[in-house]
Design a protein around this ligand. Sequence first.
Ligand code: ATP
Ligand code: MG
Length: 315
Amino acid sequence: MSDALQPDARDGDAWLILNGKSAQLPDVREAVGRVREEGHHLAVRVTWEAGDGVRLAREASEAGIQRIIAGGGDGTVNEIVGGLMRLAPEVRPALGILPLGSANDFARGLELPLEPLEALRVALDATSHMVDVGSLGGDYFINLASGGFGAQITNSTPAPLKRLLGGGAYSLMGMLKAWNYQPYRGCLRLPEGERNIPLFLLALGNGSQAGGGQQLAPLAKVDDGLMELLMVRHFTSLREMKQLIDELENLPESGEFVEYLQVPWVEFEGEAALPLNLDGEPCFHKRFRAELVPGALALAVPASSMLLSHGSAGS
Ligand SMILES: Nc1ncnc2c1ncn2[C@@H]1O[C@H](COP(=O)(O)OP(=O)(O)OP(=O)(O)O)[C@@H](O)[C@H]1O
Ligand SMILES: [Mg+2]
């Protein structure tokens, strides 16, 4: 380590990497002040634009910081996880989360407190657990990757469109017709075999929920080395769509439209680029392999979290 990168006495033990959008929130300022009064040496770094989270995660590691806290929404967490995954495991700081986004799907899935002071205390004090991180086409996700219909819908999608999508089968069917929606054709390879089905959507869950509280992978655990794979086959009539919606309630292992499996990896080869969404960040891939990096990251999370394998036992 060069002298210039030795931890600065003022820098303390942990860095809060805060999305600049939230830098002046009075609750956040107050929470940082309180935990410092309580004895934590917490330094704050603020992002200005995309890419800063990656750079700051690396700088934290170079400065010998053991724990960093991602202050922002799912996108900030995703970017910082990507930065951490690009570091060697032995110099990878642990991660805590201060949820400050509009959806905070990962934090909600983990049952983290959403109030800034409580969240910051957990992020600083909770014992870290080794959790899996998903990789897909050279990028990373810690919560959920989705593909196909809806994957380009993010938190910046106008609210009326999101309301329409949440408006039930009739409005969705009408909208799909109006848009001349076409299924996503391609081949999915899994450890147990291939599927050549026209896809409506695909979800890969390390965490359980996305899109502002939609439970796409309700059985997910972040530390079991497996991804939840939800495949939803293309449908062509209102009757079929109703069947599909019924199946989504129960998530059968092999329904007519829905298959819900747990897999360590999956590969996709499409006829055209598949719209994807990694922890809320949109991208496209015509072919990809998605897999988990088991136990890749130390995550500060209460031992009681339902996303931990032993969480339900209340350990
Ligand atoms: N100072 C900043 N102002 C605006 N955008 C920023 C700033 N710093 C980083 N960003 C961008 O914001 C992205 C992450 O946004 P994030 O997801 O945390 O917020 P959000 O979308 O409001 O939250 P959520 O997704 O939970 O609704 C980063 O990947 C980066 O591109
Ligand atoms: Mg976001």
